[in-house]
Design a protein around this ligand. Structure first.
Ligand SMILES: Cc1cc2nc3c(=O)[nH]c(=O)nc-3n(C[C@H](O)[C@H](O)[C@H](O)COP(=O)(O)OP(=O)(O)OC[C@H]3O[C@@H](n4cnc5c(N)ncnc54)[C@H](O)[C@@H]3O)c2cc1C
Length: 389
């Protein structure tokens, strides 16, 4: 039986980032990444990534070589208005089939064993280790495992975590551009449909080198019944596009729940297996950041032979990622809740807070002046609302 220190289940951004960061923090640990699919493998995703994720990878000297559309602005459509916030080098849009392959190749180039086409089938956690069996019948024994296997992951299912509550559905497709589209350096989040429990989006993308627009509808299931397919059909029709002409791709997302356990002894969850931003469905940057926290955390845990991971949740919460996910979790009910009319009046009055959020996405230091201005704008908007009441 093969024996290693750590098995990472899943070779998406959270699994590969975890492996890269463990390798950097504790090069002596034996490490194995098991990925069910063969690279290049598809992942249904719009591929928008804030520059924060690349700054994290840069610190390890990891550079991703794959086609990208460069972004310098985010637009928000709300209540008939379009609010555009510019930020140089904001981020990029990638195709996941290319990005994830390039990221995995970076791990392989550093000598990390990444085995693709190797699905994990059973996991048995004992007091002294974890036994993993692959679909090919191979048995591997590890001192601990990381569940980086996405929304429907086997690690969560087989090791006793609850299913979790927060879910979204997203439907996406790639179309040609239309006259209503904004410049190709801008990603658009469209909240104009008031009764939609989510939003629609337009992201510039490159399909086989050809400039296209990835459009989609994101629907938070917990907020009530909604139909992402019907939503995107309405959205396309309003832009003169025939929904029947495009291949629809649909996939679910798991939201981060502040109180939910994300570890048990010898098992730690990262990325979408743990939970990502429910307000927008953004998860790639978060997946990479989970890995950046898990790397040094696991290195310390192995060095001390303390593999109960009882402080993994508080470690994540104490990091930028945990703060960001908690803020966005708090924001989602407000954004999509019954006080929608108030939201539509208040948000356009908060350009400084948009700037701060955009700086966060880009991973640049947040401007203290913008934060102060944002707080001032927020208080002024709230008092104007009180006067209306
Ligand atoms: C339609 C849609 C659009 C999205 N758009 C964006 C966007 O624009 N920007 C953004 O930031 N996020 C977006 N997301 C979210 C983003 O795709 C995910 O949050 C992100 O991929 C999470 O990364 P991960 O590594 O945790 O999981 P994943 O990327 O899901 O990777 C998990 C990996 O585990 C593997 N695996 C699963 N089971 C096993 C097993 N038994 N054995 C071995 N391997 C296994 C899978 O094959 C997969 O490769 C979108 C999601 C959807 C559905």
């Amino acid at each position: 039986m093969r024996q290693v220190d750590l098995v990472v289940v899943g070779g998406g951004p959270s699994g590969i980032s975890t492996a890269l960061h463990v390798h950097a923090a504790a090069p002596g640990l034996s490490l194995l990444v098991l990925e069910k699919e063969r690279y290049p493998r598809e992942k249904i995703c719009a591929g928008g990534i804030g520059a924060r994720a690349f700054r994290i990878l840069d610190k390890l000297g990891v550079t991703i070589e794959c086609p990208m559309v460069k972004l310098d602005a985010i637009a928000l459509r709300l209540g008939g208005e379009t609010i555009v916030t510019h930020q140089k080098d904001l981020g990029v849009v990638v195709r996941r089939v290319e990005f994830d392959h390039a990221l995995a190749n970076q791990a392989i180039a550093r000598g990390i064993e990444v085995r693709d086409g190797c699905a994990v089938e059973t996991i048995a956690v004992g007091d002294d280790g974890v036994q993993v069996t692959t679909a090919g019948g191979e048995q591997i024994r590890a001192r601990a495992i990381v569940g980086a296997d996405g929304i429907g992951g086997i690690v969560r299912r087989q090791t006793g975590f609850p299913r979790g509550e927060l879910r979204a559905q997203a439907v996406e497709l790639d179309t040609e551009g239309v006259t209503q589209d904004l410049p190709r350096d801008t990603i658009v989040f469209d909240f104009d449909a008031r009764d939609l429990n989510g939003y629609t989006w337009d992201f510039p993308t490159l399909v086989g080198g050809a400039p296209m627009i990835c459009r989609g509808a994101y629907v938070i299931r917990n907020l009530g019944p909604d139909d992402a397919r019907a939503r995107i059909a309405t959205y396309l029709t309003a832009r003169g596009l025939d929904p029947k002409r495009y291949r629809h791709k649909q996939f679910a997302e798991r939201g981060f729940e502040p109180g939910a356990e994300i570890s048990i002894p010898r098992v730690l969850l990262v990325g979408e297996a743990a939970g990502i931003d429910i307000a927008t469905g953004e998860g790639i940057g978060q997946a990479i950041e989970y890995g950046a926290i898990a790397g040094p955390y696991l290195a310390r845990a192995f060095a001390a032979d303390r593999l109960r991971f009882s402080d993994w949740q508080s470690t994540v919460h104490g990091h930028h990622l945990g703060r960001q996910l908690r803020i966005r979790h708090a924001a989602y009910r407000w954004l999509f809740g019954p006080r929608r009319a108030t939201v539509e009046r208040v948000l356009p009055q908060l350009p400084a807070l948009f700037r701060v959020a955009v700086q966060d996405f880009a991973g640049v230091p947040m401007s203290k002046l913008a934060l102060l201005r944002g707080a001032g704008q927020f208080l002024a908007a709230v008092s104007r609302e009180k006067m209306r009441d």
